[in-house]
Design a protein. Structure first.
Length: 642
């Protein structure tokens, strides 16, 4: 451990000790005050998940605490219907797909604000908050463009933080927080601090985390270590993240603001290409700011929000090629109002605007504004039936004016809940797809296309849920999606070194989803378990001849089995997380992670000692190309919570 690491640990420990010594009599609540049966993302309003007309999964901070995960994308690997295509593990970089969509077809929200990068969705998981700030995650499968705008073809994932969920009138508390210190194989260290304070009408929070590993050496097909002119190629990485947030009651309104930053540097061997010459390294930096004002009464709640993001990326393909440097910026603003017109009838309307830009030595300088407006009507003709209908228009100079209607109905009776729905979605080509050109430095790779058309899709779905006993639910859903002009890189001949970005004529995707969930609390503890099976079938009916190779369109799994168990038994906690994936274009594999913890109390503090084993059976596998994922990896740590 270097002196810098020791200094960081000392500072973290000192801050937490000061916080715990100055605490008042009442603890700051560490759990989000929103029941698991209530969801927000499906309609922008709190509603019963059974009547949302969508398949929605909910994960809370308590679920996260007992599982072997250190980042949001690692958590999402066990969420049914979400396929995480990781590069390097430990949240270094991951693509997210849902229902067989491309990785550009998932919309990610942070406390209601869009965080998708305008350059490429490869940076979707570059989040400006540590895992300790996450209070709740909601995953909505299927299109959500009507409410949230373009890109939500496969689904939408919303991350809620503690401050983002705070409501006006919440009880005042005191100083509180958490500290964790982890050490693991290959020089891994992971340290984090979160501090929260609630006084009167104001709530403040701050958090940070640092991760670093020397990484494991990478071996080639011949079993020999891969080397470049700068030395041995490894899966090393460093990451640091900082954030601060505040909420303030202003009369009948509530003001929320957050700022955050994330920096990371990592070996990017074969992250984007399978070529032997690729020994890449990459460094990224994210700055984030958002502000939200909400208010009104139970009959007419309203919200106005603005967010800004800057993302810098420096990518070096190998030591003899010049670096590609990109700076993308995103500014979004939106406002919406709900009006309860009569018992069982409500109308939500809103407007949104977005400005995105990029400055790059390889893609050039570009900027695009866009705007949209939407309306959603919800009608309860009888208490256990909800019909929702809405529509949106978005204008973007890259594709013009596009409508995205949506219709769903949900019915519940006794232990049975059922829904049907249909919706249209659109996705504009990003800057990488429009302007990327790797042929400047090398005679092979990807070539962008500035003439790409918008990607559009229609999804039809139906689902049935059973709730046979308290804390037990079974879900089954079926969907079909037809995508026109799906955007991907393709080459016409195996000998052709160029993958050209283009619109594939038509892609039909069908899928079945089965989920079993149980949460049981008892005097000695709590058990949360989930099992999900997803089956996809995609038929490519493009206007390209046989033998054409696609870069990403065939990378999703045909079968995806995901499971987790988190058990609290008095002072002992056990967490298991596993998946089995059967990709379309590569061999199937299974991975299992395990965590064991023991906690006890030191006064009003809770101390937890834990041990983890990642990839228990040391499976050698890759999610994307042949970017190596971590083998068996041990981690030991301690967490202190106030």
């Amino acid at each position: 451990m270097t002196p810098a690491h020791l200094i960081r640990y000392a500072l973290l420990t000192g801050i937490l000790l000061v916080a715990t010594q100055t605490a008042r009599a009442q603890d700051v609540p560490m759990q989000a005050a929103l029941p698991d049966t209530i969801v927000v993302t499906a309609s922008r309003l709190p509603e019963d998940v059974r009547l949302s007309g969508r398949r929605v999964a909910v994960w809370t901070a308590r679920d996260i605490e007992n599982l072997p995960v250190t980042s949001v994308d690692e958590l999402l690997r066990m969420v049914g219907g979400v396929e995480v295509q990781s590069r390097g593990g430990f949240g270094v970089q991951s693509d997210l797909t849902m229902r067989g969509s491309s990785f550009n077809g998932v919309l990610l929200l942070l406390d209601g604000a869009r965080i998708n990068d305008p350059m490429t969705a490869h940076f979707l998981a570059d989040l400006p908050i540590p895992l300790s700030e996450v209070a709740r995650i909601e995953v909505v499968r299927g299109p959500a463009v009507t409410l949230y705008g373009p890109d939500a073809i496969g689904g939408v994932i919303q991350i809620f933080t503690y401050e983002g969920l705070r409501q006006a009138g919440a009880a005042a508390g005191s100083l509180g927080g958490s500290l964790h210190l982890d050490r693991g194989a290959y020089g891994l260290y992971d340290a984090g601090l979160a501090v929260r304070n609630v006084t009167g009408r104001t709530s403040l929070s701050a958090a940070s985390a640092w991760q670093q590993s020397d990484g494991s050496p990478i071996t080639g097909a011949d079993g020999q270590p891969v080397r470049s002119t700068s030395g041995e190629v490894r899966t090393d990485f460093t990451r640091s993240v900082y954030t601060a947030a505040v909420t303030r009651e202003l009369g009948r309104a509530l003001l929320f603001a957050r700022a955050g930053a994330d920096t990371r540097d990592f070996g990017a061997f074969h992250y984007y290409t399978p070529f032997a010459s690729d020994t890449a390294r990459e460094a990224t930096g994210t700055l984030w700011a958002q502000v939200r004002l909400s208010g009104g009464d139970a009959r007419s709640p309203w919200q106005v929000q603005a967010a800004a993001k800057q993302h810098k990326d420096e990518y070096v393909y190998n030591p003899v090629t010049p670096a590609n440097r990109h700076t993308s910026r995103l500014f979004t603003t939106q406002a919406h109002l709900t009006r309860h017109l009569a018992p069982g009838v409500s109308l939500t309307g809103g407007v949104a605007a977005m400005f995105r830009s990029i400055e790059s030595n390889s893609l050039g300088n570009h900027a695009d504004p866009s705007a949209g407006a939407f309306v959603l009507a919800r009608w309860h003709p009888i208490p256990n039936l909800l019909i929702s209908a809405g529509g949106r228009f978005d204008y973007d100079p890259s594709y013009g004016l596009e409508p995205t209607p949506q219709l769903s109905a949900a019915y519940t009776r006794g232990i049975i809940s059922a829904y049907v729905g249909t919706g249209r979605a659109v996705r504009a080509p990003n800057y990488l797809e429009r302007y990327y050109n790797t042929l400047v430095e090398q005679p092979q790779g990807n070539l962008g296309n500035p003439d790409l058309d918008v990607e559009t899709a229609w999804t039809h779905e139906a689902g049935l849920s059973l709730y046979p006993a308290s804390g037990i639910s079974l879900h089954a859903s079926v969907f079909t999606r037809t995508t026109w002009d799906l955007i991907d890189y393709a080459r016409f001949d195996a000998a052709d070194p160029i993958f050209l970005a283009r619109n594939l004529h038509q892609v039909r995707t069908r899928g079945l989803e089965f989920d079993l969930e149980t949460t049981r609390s008892f005097e000695a503890g709590r058990v949360r378990a989930a099992l999900s099976l997803t089956v996809f079938d995609s038929t490519k009916l493009g206007d390209l001849p046989d033998g054409v190779q696609y870069k990403y369109a065939l990378t999703n799994a045909r079968h995806l089995l995901q499971g987790m168990t988190a058990v609290d038994l008095g002072p002992v906690s056990v967490g298991l997380q596993g998946l089995w994936k059967d990709p379309v274009a590569s061999a199937s594999y299974a991975v299992l992670n395990a965590q064991l913890g023991y906690r006890f109390h030191l006064g009003r503090q809770r101390l937890t000692l834990r041990g983890e084993i990642r990839n228990l059976f040391d499976k050698q596998y890759s999610d994307v190309f042949d970017a190596p994922m971590p083998g068996r990896w041990w981690i030991f740590g301690v967490q202190l919570v106030r």
